[in-house]
Design a protein around this ligand. Structure first.
Ligand code: PMP
Length: 401
């Protein structure tokens, strides 16, 4: 860690932030100019298709595309590049596993284990495949402070559970899952483990092999990269045995009207012209966060959440959700005020938070609320954003009392 890194004003890297108090990074992160420049280059002087061209620029684009796959593999500690599938985002990654692995491996009477705090994208695809094959879903409860209760999981899991799908970091509560322990419990009954890493990859160093899971998904746009691109990592032996998810160009070995044979993984799962430019942007985003260090980003966000927690808990009538040691995300409620009103008043103060159910309606039901207000932090945030949030909430309380 150099002094330059410790003292750098990261905010200046983000033309979309400026003086704005952007506290909605869990929805999508703002982009540093390094990523914006990489995208401009990829759409400009470097632009050409991949995997097909006989001319130099296309060959170079292909080299860049496959180098990005290697970069992603190194970034998350994958065993090999061929375990990395480029998808549209976490949502598509989970749908791919549910349809392909689930379609081939789940059958009537099988059970799938989720948790109360899952994002809809880690619920609905499992419901769809469960309905199709006659499997059913069980839900691991939460501890008092909003963490997935692994003791309860251990007590309820059975050999009928073939798949466990859990969030690494909750997008509402910021709770961090002990993935190693969850994986060990699941593997104890022979179940496979999918981890939704959307909120973890931007703020924790992730090593999929050390975590011990079988599938891991994330979206680039929450990692300071572009929208429309994400990653599915799966263990090679699982991916190699999975049938294609979509058919089309690029994913085949040989096509005749009688029979088509498919390319090996990961190509088999990347039908059609891929998001070439998105992949360039993702590679630049990984370079960006690695140059800072995920440990620095994590420490920065933990410090800001701790400041916000302390300041908000001093205001009576503000209820905080989630564990003390949440990662980068803080949900709260101002008593008697709808979170949308909180969000609207904060917007007048140039503070952007998210208000709503955060695509986690079962969790809202569990918390006994319709919605929460959520402040989420990124590398560009600083103490001025926490101060503006607290000022804004004091104004909310004045207006409503
Ligand atoms: N899981 C979690 C925990 C998320 O926060 C999100 C995005 N809000 C998703 C899944 C879905 O990601 P995307 O919309 O980028 O596919």
């Amino acid at each position: 860690m150099t002094t330059d890194i410790l003292t750098r004003n990261w905010r200046a890297d983000f033309p979309g932030v400026g003086a704005w108090h952007y506290l909605d990074t869990a929805a999508t992160a703002q982009k540093p100019k390094q990523v914006i420049d990489a995208i401009a280059r990829a759409y400009g002087p470097d632009y050409a298709t991949v995997h097909r061209g006989v001319y130099a620029r296309s060959a170079n684009m292909t080299i860049g595309y496959e180098a990005a796959r290697r970069k992603v593999a190194n970034f998350i500690g994958a065993g090999s590049d061929s375990e990395i599938v480029f998808v549209r985002g976490a949502t598509e990654g989970i749908n791919l596993v549910a349809a392909s692995w689930g379609g081939a491996n789940l059958t009537s009477g099988d059970r799938i284990l989720l948790s109360t705090l899952e994002h809809h994208s880690n619920i609905v695809p499992w419901q769809m495949i469960a309905e199709k094959v006659g499997a059913s879903i069980d839900v691991v409860p939460l501890t008092e402070d909003g963490q997935i209760d692994l003791d309860a999981m251990e007590a309820m899991i059975t050999p009928a559970h073939r798949l466990v799908a859990l969030a690494h970091v909750s997008n509402v509560l910021g709770s961090v899952l002990d993935v190693e322990r969850a994986s060990a419990i699941a593997h104890g009954v022979g179940a496979k483990v999918l981890i939704d890493g959307c909120q973890a990859v931007p703020r924790l160093g992730v090593d999929v092999q050390a975590l011990g899971c079988d599938f891991y998904v994330f979206s680039a746009h929450k990692l300071y990269g572009p929208t429309g691109i994400g990653v599915l990592w799966a263990r090679k032996e699982l991916l190699d045995a999975m049938p294609p998810y979509q058919g089309g160009g690029s994913m085949i070995d040989k096509v005749t009207f009688e029979k088509t044979t498919y390319a090996p993984a990961p190509t088999r799962f990347e039908a059609g012209t891929p998001h070439i430019v998105g992949v360039s942007g993702l590679a630049a985003a990984i370079d960006y966060v690695q140059a800072i260090g995920l440990d620095v980003i994590h420490a920065h966000e933990v410090a800001l959440v701790a400041q916000a927690r302390e300041a908000l808990s001093d205001l009576n009538s503000v209820r905080l959700f989630g564990p003390e040691n949440s990662a980068g995300i803080l949900s709260f409620e101002v008593e008697g005020v709808h979170p949308h009103d909180v969000g609207t008043i904060l917007d007048e103060e140039d503070v952007a938070i998210r208000a709503g159910h955060h695509c986690a309606q079962p969790l809202m039901r569990h918390l006994g609320v319709e919605a929460t207000a959520r402040a989420s932090f990124g590398i560009y945030n600083d103490e001025s954003d926490v101060a503006a949030l607290v000022r804004g909430i004091e104004r909310v309380r004045k207006i409503f009392t």
